[in-house]
Design a protein around this ligand. Sequence first.
Ligand code: ADP
Length: 267
Amino acid sequence: MSKYRVKPGQKINLNDWDPDDKSEWPEGKKEAKEVFIEINKELESLQELLYAENKHKILIVLQAMDTGGKDGVIRAVFDGVNPAGVRVASFKVPTEQELSHDFLWRIHKQAPGKGEMVIFNRSHYEDVLVVRVHNLVPQKVWEKRFEHINNFEKLLADEGTTIIKFFLHISKDEQKERLQERLDIPEKQWKFSSGDLKERLLWEDYSRAFEDVLYKTSTSHAPWYIIPANRNWYRNWLISAILVDELKSLKMKYPEPEEDLSKIKIV
Ligand code: ADP
């Protein structure tokens, strides 16, 4: 999996990263669906352990171009986890109140507590992506945000948060197909927004902004993974596999019972 991880200080040209790649798929593979069911179960048990142990905090950041598959990941990868311990925080256009504060104000409030897993559907990275591409604040303001973001994530990490960031990488052709599906398939039409077509025209600007994000904010305590995302099954499997690895490395344990249970008799 480490080949998808952006090393600290690694310059990124997204043209060098193949969104169709599926090279880590296990050899002698079973059906993707079967493998995915198994890994989903593993993730479920690890999340149960996270919740029971009530010690670690997990933050998962999802960023992508429009139609990149953030919603699909949330549905598929976290299917089956205990909703009591998992929360999705979606970040939309900031409200007036949010805008009147610093850009991390609304973000920090949503960070995970002990035993909790929080998925950021968009995040503080919008403040150096859409904000930059649309000049919503002057360059001298957004430029400083990379450092603020790194410091913020270091603070979370130092206080016990494991941070894993996924950039779902699709091609421009794949986006065209997905937008076309939103026009053609009645069940998907609700997702269509003509705004997405305007953003598509800015594909190159967004790509450069993402490259900068990946280069400047992938750190040892909060790494970015570039996930090939043209194929949904590969995207879902890879993200699950990375999460399972990360959770296993925490060496979590169920808490010891309060007293010697062997002596207790229920009458
Ligand atoms: P999604 O596309 O994530 O499913 P929406 O269609 O509601 O959800 O889009 C959310 C919108 O909010 C996106 O266009 C995104 O760029 C915008 N947004 C999120 N954060 C910010 C921000 N900090 N400043 C400006 N726009 C933002």
